[in-house]
Design a protein around this ligand. Structure first.
Ligand code: SF4
Ligand code: SF4
Length: 158
């Protein structure tokens, strides 16, 4: 078995083993998720129903390659409207996590993750931000927040 097909098979198994993945077989492809999805309305190539179908068929890698999973706004309308309570948004999050772990996240997301790791926020708090905060009567924030414990096993035992 090639390395890429091993990866695809392993990914498929892992997604189906998640809480949302276990519910996937309940999907009967009604398309309610897609018709209510605000992103699908603007970008028809992003189609939650097709994403669910692709996962059920073991085509997760193709979703990675198309980059379509990064368009979801995580508004959860799909879950609220799905008659079968399939966690489409959660499946997309699982796919994103797997893609990021495999180094396949888009550059913009990688930069945001790095900023989050360094500063505890998706951008660095600078003097300019703090001056504006003070004018609004808000507390001054540290430019760096130590979130390492949250990202590692150090949080265990806290
Ligand atoms: S709304 Fe639910 S059952 Fe219908 S296609 Fe979407 S995930 Fe499947
Ligand atoms: S959570 Fe994502 S897939 Fe679901 S409706 Fe919102 S944008 Fe669409």
């Amino acid at each position: 078995m090639s390395e890429s097909s091993e990866f695809a098979e392993d990914l498929h198994r892992k997604i189906l083993e998640t809480e949302a993945g276990r519910d996937l077989p309940r999907c009967f492809a009604c398309g309610t998720c897609s018709s209510g999805c605000p992103v699908h309305e603007q970008r028809p190539e992003f189609d939650p129903r097709k994403i669910i179908r692709s996962v059920l068929m073991g085509l997760e890698s193709e979703l990675f390659d198309s980059g379509v999973i990064w368009l979801c706004s995580t508004c959860y309308t799909c879950l609220e409207r799905c008659p079968q309570e399939v966690g489409c948004a959660q499946i997309i999050t699982e796919l994103r996590n797997a893609a990021a772990a495999d180094g396949r996240a888009p550059e913009a997301f990688r930069m945001q993750m790095e900023a989050l790791r360094q500063f505890g926020r998706v951008y660095e708090i600078e003097d300019f931000d703090n001056r504006r905060r003070q004018k609004m009567g808000l507390a001054v924030l540290d430019s760096h927040a130590n979130i390492e414990p949250l990202l590692t096993d150090e949080r265990e035992g806290e």
